[in-house]
Design a protein around this ligand. Structure first.
Ligand code: G
Ligand code: G
Ligand code: MN
Ligand code: NA
Length: 253
């Protein structure tokens, strides 16, 4: 079992690593972005997946320093990829509720962008619907973040207990359709109805849409035919270490 003291030490010893999962533009079939996903490189246990330590990090508040490390590392990496001559990629970074509610989130993001020199437009902060519950507070937070020029995505879209009213008020750029709607998209009429309706609504609101958890060619085709902008999932790539992302571009002429 993971303990709070283990997490603290891991932060001090810099045992966390980021892996990156490609996001493919369905019109061009090019990698257009990646999502940064944290792992813990434990000296004895090996690579520990986030579900084993993110909940404890959230409970203890350690998600705040960990999240800042994630943000800085993701932005640094994206900047370095550009310096290596790779095409510009959008870097998706997950924010937790604890981070989103902090007064100093704006300063943290502003500082990281300044330190790393990353174009703010190449950073996409992912929040979830549950973080939008306090409409006034989250609207203010997002407007401030948006003033930096970053992009905002709604992660796990369709699974939260929130009203849709935030969609018309908030300065958001993208919806990420939760993978639970994608897995049976060609066989389950309800799922396909939900997905095509999300696409229609999002595009009418001038939002981009990423489908998550795309595992089959048939799912990809369905999403493409229905105008989904981007897709992420095992069909294209699992989350991989940063050098594997680099190799993907060295291979393509
Ligand atoms: O990486 P995986 O593939 O197993 O991700 C599992 C869960 O952990 C996802 O819900 C993802 O949002 C969350 N997660 C991964 N990396 C981060 C991170 O850097 N910050 C936060 N808050 N959550 C993360
Ligand atoms: O919750 P969030 O969307 O931030 O996290 C993405 C999670 O989805 C990660 O745990 C990642 O490993 C997982 N994931 C990514 N692609 C697929 C996929 O095609 N199938 C499944 N089952 N999980 C996926
Ligand atoms: Mn995510
Ligand atoms: Na998700």
């Amino acid at each position: 079992m993971v303990l709070e003291t283990d997490l603290r030490k891991a932060l001090e010893r810099e045992e966390f690593v980021l892996w990156y999962q490609p996001q493919i533009n369905l019109a061009t079939m090019q990698i257009e972005g990646v999502e940064a996903l944290v792992r813990w490189q434990h000296p004895e246990l090996g690579l520990v997946p986030p579900f084993k330590f993110i909940p404890l990090a959230e409970e203890t508040g350690l998600i705040v320093p960990l999240g800042e490390w994630v943000l800085r590392t993701a932005c640094q990496t994206n900047k370095r990829w550009q310096e290596l001559g790779m095409p510009k990629l959008r870097m998706g970074v997950n924010l937790s509720m604890r981070q989103f509610r902090r007064e100093d989130l704006f300063d943290t993001v502003a500082n990281v962008l300044q330190e790393t020199g990353l174009d703010p437009a190449d950073l996409e902060l992912e929040i979830t619907e549950s973080m939008t519950m306090d409409l006034e507070q989250s609207l203010q937070t997002l407007q401030k973040l948006k003033s930096l020029g970053v992009q905002i995505g709604i992660d796990d879209f369709g699974t939260g207990y929130s009203s849709l009213s935030y969609l018309k008020k908030f300065p958001i750029d993208r919806l990420k359709i939760d993978r639970s709607f994608v897995s049976d998209i060609e066989t389950d009429e309800n799922d396909s109805a939900i997905v095509t309706t999300i696409l229609l609504m999002a595009h009418n609101l001038r939002l981009k849409v990423t489908a998550e958890g795309v595992e089959t060619e048939a799912q990809k085709e369905y999403l493409k035919v229905h105008g989904c902008d981007d897709a992420q999932g095992y069909l294209f790539s699992r989350p991989v270490p940063q050098d594997e992302i680099q190799q993907m571009f060295m291979k393509t002429p």
